[in-house]
Design a protein around this ligand. Structure first.
Ligand code: 5AD
Ligand code: SF4
Length: 476
């Protein structure tokens, strides 16, 4: 009988991608995915270290998992427990010390070695269980190296169809060293995959039914992968190539970008390629030049403004999303007002704002003048309320318009389908099941929570439609 694998994914879309690849890697060992953690023979926590809160979740979840393992052992079933991702990378030794019954700890750069580690952990557990007749504490295998070989060279073809929308990692790591950020330490140096490898993976995804691909990277527009005939390609060239080579690929997105790497070519591509969706997630973090300098962002607020101006010129309907860090050390009221002003000027379709979290080992963590929690709370509330208003305004402006919606899956109500607008808004409408994977023109008629409802313009809607959308939120 096959074994069951449960993967819990925290954090960014790169982790979502990595989790899917880990599942692919374990398929040959007989592991199939289960949604039921209590029934799993192996549990992987794919963790996030970006903020303290995200990181803490790992340890509390591990506590729950160990209790669950104990329960399963009462009925003669064993569970392998693995921690992957950025907490594993940053705190591997600490995890081993605090959780002696852990089996596997592996960083994001070594997950291609997971099958070997699982085989070793299985043997170790079986041997010890057999010998003592008592529950064995843990296989204690740790691999947080940054190996010379690329994990992407070792990936098997994706085992399961990926759906209408898919992620494709094209770049990993970061050399920007923003002073608040752990990514350059947990994910390592900037690395871009070769164009041929990316194209082959994109082709497989499209053959399996993907119509939208989001190109992923921690610093995706720093992409400089090796071209098929040598030389390095930038992101714009890669996007043009994919749009050209894959006629069934209707939509291309990319995330996450850095303002320093928004080159002319990429801005031009937004104006020229219909497949490149008019939505860009471009983190700015702060509107204050002083804070941006302290953060080592290597640009000022006006640089960001100019990029947006040029993007809007190239693609007038482009919608923008961003990340903001509230309460970076030394942030004054004037700095905060500069951020509010920038948000008001630009007008975002959606955004993410976070209280600054001091991460051990990063330069900002030892800065004096850390902002008191209560001050951060007040500023965060103000900014989140402003961003929420902008989100609602943006969604409301879609009402009455006809928009192409890529249909992804059935909704909660009979006959209802859910898809996304070009601007990442969830849209629901009554449509036949055969529309999954197609772009359907929908006239937007209503806004509920975070999603839009509408009627297809070319198809006859079924009778008796009770419009009640899922409160689903688009992710950037
Ligand atoms: N504290 C708060 N937010 C952070 N981010 C990254 N590091 C930190 C930190 N130490 C945010 C940034 C980044 C997003 C992915 O997470 O806004 O763009
Ligand atoms: Fe972190 Fe992004 Fe800065 Fe790189 S560019 S250090 S990933 S915030």
């Amino acid at each position: 009988m096959g074994k069951k694998l449960f993967i819990k994914t925290y954090g960014c879309q790169m982790n979502v991608y990595d989790s899917a690849r880990m599942a692919d890697l374990l398929t040959p060992l007989g592991y199939g995915i289960t949604e039921d953690q209590a029934d799993a023979d192996m549990v992987i926590l794919n963790t996030c270290h970006i903020r303290e809160k995200a990181s803490e979740k790992t340890f509390s979840e591990l506590g729950r998992l160990r209790a669950q393992r104990h329960e399963r052992q009462q009925s003669g079933r064993d569970t392998i427990i693995a921690v992957a991702g950025c907490v594993a990378q940053a705190e591997g030794a600490e995890i081993m010390r605090r959780i002696p019954d852990i089996d596997i700890v592996l960083g994001p750069q070594t997950y291609h070695r997971l099958p070997e580690m699982v085989a070793r952990a299985t043997r170790a557990r079986e041997e010890k269980l057999g010998r003592s007749g008592k529950p064995f504490r843990g296989a204690n295998l740790l691999d947080t190296e940054f190996p010379a070989e690329s994990k992407f060279d070792h990936l098997p073809e994706a085992a399961a169809p990926q759906g209408v929308t898919a992620f494709l990692a094209i770049q990993e790591g970061c050399d920007k060293f923003c002073t608040f950020c752990v990514v350059p330490y947990t994910r390592g140096a900037e690395f871009s995959r070769p164009v041929q490898q990316i194209t082959a993976e994109a082709r497989r995804l499209v053959d399996q039914g993907a119509r939208e691909i989001t190109l992923l990277g921690q610093n995706v527009n720093a992409f400089h992968g090796e071209g098929p005939a040598g030389g390095s390609w930038n992101l714009a060239r890669l996007v043009r190539h994919l749009a050209d080579a894959l006629p069934d690929l209707r939509r291309i997105r990319y995330t996450t970008s850095h303002p320093r790497d928004m080159d002319d070519d990429l801005i031009r591509a937004h104006g020229e390629l219909p497949q490149l969706m008019p939505f860009l997630h471009l983190p700015v973090q702060s509107g204050s030049d002083r804070i941006l300098a302290e953060m080592n962002r290597q640009h000022d607020a006006d640089h960001f403004r100019r990029i947006i101006e040029r993007l809007r010129k190239a693609r007038p309907d482009i919608a923008l999303s961003s990340d903001f860090i509230i309460g970076f050390p030394g942030e004054t009221d004037a700095d905060h007002r500069a951020t509010v002003k920038l948000i008001e000027e630009i007008g975002f379709a959606q955004s993410f704002s976070f209280k600054y979290s001091a991460r051990p080992g990063t330069p900002a963590a030892v800065l004096e003048r850390q902002v008191p929690e209560s001050v951060m709370d007040g500023r965060l509330q103000e900014i989140q309320a402003l961003l929420e208003r902008q989100l609602t305004e943006f969604n409301r402006a879609t009402i009455g318009r006809r928009v192409p919606v890529l249909i992804e899956k059935p909704g909660r109500h009979p006959g209802q389908m859910i898809g996304k607008s070009p601007w990442l808004q969830p849209v629901h409408a009554l449509l036949p099941a055969g529309t999954i994977g197609r772009e359907v023109e929908i006239e937007i008629t209503e806004l509920k929570h975070y999603s839009l409802g509408g009627q297809p313009t070319g198809l006859q809607p079924a009778a008796g439609f009770a419009a009640e959308p899922q409160p689903e939120r688009a992710i950037a």
